[in-house]
Design a protein around this ligand. Structure first.
Ligand SMILES: *[C@@H]1O[C@H](CO)[C@@H](O)[C@H](O)[C@H]1NC(C)=O
Ligand SMILES: *[C@@H]1O[C@H](CO)[C@@H](O)[C@H](O)[C@H]1NC(C)=O
Ligand SMILES: *[C@@H]1O[C@H](CO)[C@@H](O)[C@H](O)[C@H]1NC(C)=O
Ligand SMILES: *[C@@H]1O[C@H](CO)[C@@H](O)[C@H](O)[C@H]1NC(C)=O
Ligand SMILES: *[C@@H]1O[C@H](CO)[C@@H](O)[C@H](O)[C@H]1NC(C)=O
Ligand SMILES: *[C@@H]1O[C@H](CO)[C@@H](O)[C@H](O)[C@H]1NC(C)=O
Ligand SMILES: *[C@@H]1O[C@H](CO)[C@@H](O)[C@H](O)[C@H]1NC(C)=O
Ligand SMILES: *[C@@H]1O[C@H](CO)[C@@H](O)[C@H](O)[C@H]1NC(C)=O
Ligand SMILES: *[C@@H]1O[C@H](CO)[C@@H](O)[C@H](O)[C@H]1NC(C)=O
Length: 627
């Protein structure tokens, strides 16, 4: 607890003599935006939820989320996940025995994908709570102990310390509060969970400090939302017995990123105004979306507009963390966008991927297209460890601004600069403007510097635009249409090369709004990229596969693109099958029109100096051997 608080404070202390740029303070940039979430579709019944969570769509969606660069997405918050646990019977001493097989299968797979769950304690414990309301607290304490201990044993402390545990989602909403919690019952429930989790942490070798988040509340009026307010009122009175370590709440906008921050600020002001004793509790807006209602179609969800909104939300929170008292202890924000879209809203729901359910094909299967917002998360993952405050670049002839986040490696490491630039929210027009900056290095004979500029641009890196204008918005895009959408799903390689002067110039007047630009500059002293892990192949349908691979953590900042190579059999030549693709993220969908996908695959990474990593190990794929 103390350790984590110090971490939040550290972010606010300018790092003296620590950065390459000395005329402006830099701060440690914690990755506070890497959580996502969703609610499985269908009725809130165990068998329905199980069918949904293990469906090929959900599993494929997870594989895509895991195929972002390392660290782009770390946690996934899934409502009702614990309903997968089945009650079997009581022991002789009255302790419930549960069947965890389904939950095991789901979370072990998640762990293999290197995603961590946010475990929300929202379940009726397979019905036993209702029959035993007198011993509810004991049941919750035992259950949270059993869950925590089980996965600590299965996955070890190294993984469990990264898991997050949270109380019931939005308990004041009747549709969620299926156990009819009373105020007292809810506070006791949270205390019981905390005790169970803590006790499970203590059994581990060196007493893991596992924490509980809550109350995941909407915090509307105290009259309408008594449970959440009562919980923090209780914490304010008895801080020593406060069951939560991170105060979670939900604040969304009405379409604008700035509204998300404003709504959040207003709530935190009110909380701190009334309950001063909890003003050092870390806080998290774990549903920080631009507008409520994931499934309500919105045009902006289709394309670079949503990508830009997500980046604005991140930028505004970074600025707020550095400048506003209310956000000093902001621990994280989460985007609730891991849902799966359905027909006819393929692109227009709040999702990272567009989903096409191919009912017309044999077998019926799902095709996913990565939306620009997915690419934006990939770009954010390339930011360096320390960052300046957001810079507003005023354009001379209008009120419009550009927002620039400058991040850098620290001076004791070779130079790595990563700048993310985009027009301010609601900018309609950008004049002819050239960004011109001096860069913090001196040229010498042994160290060289290279740069790469990547761009997301509306109408260009825009699969939905292609689908609407050339794909006839058809529900079953054919193979060529899908390939065209996928060619448009990653950031475009705009420019790259060696820097001959310590400065950078780029004209940005011609880009169609909105756009997001990532500039990276690397020193040649940064090591050649490590070879990627061998790829994993997931069959999509006949003659079509999804190839993805893990990067070696934080070694890929200077990556330009990946290459995917294929060999039919050991006697034929290797083919460079991704030759015409810019692949800054570790995945590739392979669907050759006229040849078969059985054979051998390997991948390698190319950095911005065009230095190639070693090839990964080779793996073999055969449609006969897949189970
Ligand atoms: C709860 O009680 C009802 C009525 O006694 C019984 O039918 C049901 O099986 C019980 N449920 C559980 C999970 O014990
Ligand atoms: C909660 O209240 C609703 C409406 O009064 C009722 O239908 C439901 O059975 C109650 N649930 C429990 C778990 O008591
Ligand atoms: C505690 O940790 C040490 C070293 O990590 C290990 O050797 C030992 O077996 C562990 N003990 C228990 C009881 O897990
Ligand atoms: C495909 O079939 C499912 C299940 O019947 C249905 O919900 C969905 O709308 C269909 N999709 C399209 C694009 O027709
Ligand atoms: C924009 O400005 C640059 C340099 O200032 C100039 O070379 C270019 O022609 C201008 N472009 C337009 C479209 O005016
Ligand atoms: C990479 O990660 C390791 C371990 O997380 C850390 O010690 C190291 O400083 C990181 N390197 C860079 C360049 O960020
Ligand atoms: C390897 O593939 C080539 C091209 O498909 C084929 O002509 C050849 O017979 C294959 N060789 C073996 C040993 O399977
Ligand atoms: C496996 O691949 C071969 C060669 O492309 C193809 O002829 C066959 O239909 C495929 N079988 C299945 C079950 O997909
Ligand atoms: C590439 O592989 C060779 C041979 O195994 C090894 O010596 C070299 O260190 C590797 N290079 C990198 C950058 O990993």
């Amino acid at each position: 607890m103390v350790g984590s608080l110090l971490m939040y404070l550290a972010a606010l202390v300018p790092l003296q003599n620590y950065s390459y740029i000395d005329n402006e303070p830099y701060y440690k940039l914690a990755r506070f935006w890497t959580n996502t979430g969703f609610c499985p579709s269908g009725e809130i019944k165990r068998e329905t939820l199980k069918a949904s969570l293990f469906s090929d769509e959900v599993q494929m969606n997870l594989i895509h989320l895991a195929a972002l660069p390392t660290g782009a997405l770390t946690h996934i918050r899934i409502h009702w996940l614990l309903k997968l646990v089945k009650f079997i019977q009581y022991t002789q001493s009255g302790v419930p025995i549960y069947d965890f097989a389904d939950l095991d299968a789901f979370v072990l797979n998640l762990n293999d994908l290197e995603l961590y769950p946010v475990i929300e304690y929202m379940t009726d414990l397979d019905g036993i709570i209702i029959n035993n309301s007198d011993i509810m607290d004991d049941l919750w304490q035992d259950f949270s102990y059993q869950v925590t201990k089980r996965y600590l044993n299965l996955l070890g402390a190294k993984n469990l310390i990264k898991w997050q545990f949270e109380t019931w989602n939005e308990p004041d909403i009747h549709n969620y509060n299926r156990l009819n919690f009373t105020i007292e019952g809810f506070i006791n429930y949270a205390i019981a969970l905390r005790k169970g989790i803590k006790a499970a942490g203590r059994i581990s070798n060196k007493s893991l400090d596992l924490t509980l988040r809550g109350p995941a509340g909407l915090f509307k009026s105290k009259r309408k939302h008594p449970l959440c307010w009562a919980l923090i009122q209780n914490c304010n009175k008895h801080m020593d017995h406060c069951p939560i370590n991170v105060l979670t709440y939900h604040r969304k906008g009405q379409g604008l990123a700035s509204e998300v921050l404003e709504a959040s600020r207003k709530l935190l002001k009110k909380i701190y105004g009334n309950y001063a004793n909890i003003n050092m509790l870390p806080v998290s807006n774990d549903e920080a979306d631009p507008i409520a209602g994931w499934s309500t179609p919105q045009d902006f969800y289709e394309d670079v507009r949503y990508a830009a909104k997500l980046v604005y939300i991140v930028f505004l929170h970074w600025h707020a963390k550095l400048n506003f008292r209310e956000f000093k202890y902001l621990e994280s924000i989460s985007h609730d966008n891991a849902f799966i879209s359905y027909h006819p809203f393929e692109f227009t729901q709040r999702t990272l991927l567009a989903h096409f359910r191919m009912n017309n094909s044999q077998p019926v299967h799902s095709q996913f297209i990565q939306k620009p917002v997915y690419a934006a998360l990939g770009m954010l993952s390339k930011l360096a460890p320390i960052a300046a405050d957001i810079e507003d670049i005023k354009l001379s002839t209008s009120n419009d601004v550009l927002w620039l986040l400058k991040t850098s490696s620290t001076v004791n490491n070779p130079l790595y600069l990563s700048w993310l630039l985009l027009p301010g929210e609601n900018t309609k027009r950008i004049e002819n403007f050239t960004l011109h900056r001096h860069l913090p290095f001196q040229l010498c004979s042994i160290e060289t510097f290279a740069y790469v500029v990547e761009l997301l641009e509306k109408g260009k890196t825009d699969p939905a635009y292609f689908w609407r204008t050339q794909g006839g918005s058809r529900p079953f895009p054919n193979a060529m249409e899908r390939a065209a959408m996928r060619l448009a799903q990653t950031p475009r390689l705009q420019a790259s090369g060696i820097l001959l002067m310590p400065e950078f110039r780029l004209n940005i007047g011609d880009f169609q709004l909105p756009w997001i630009l990532l500039l990276r500059v690397c020193s040649s002293f940064l090591p050649i990229l490590k070879q990627p892990e061998p790829p994993t192949i997931t069959k999509i349908t006949v003659g079509e596969i999804f190839i993805s691979w893990y990067e070696i953590a934080n070694t890929t900042q200077c990556l330009k693109t990946y290459e995917v190579w294929f060999q039919v059999n050991k006697t034929t030549d290797w083919n460079f099958i991704s030759e015409n693709w810019h692949l800054p993220f570790p995945s590739f969908q392979y669907a050759p029109i006229s040849s078969c996908v059985n054979g051998f695959y390997k991948v390698r990474a190319v950095d911005i100096f065009n230095r190639k990593s070693n090839f990964s190990d080779t793996i073999v794929h055969s449609n006969y051997s897949t189970p």
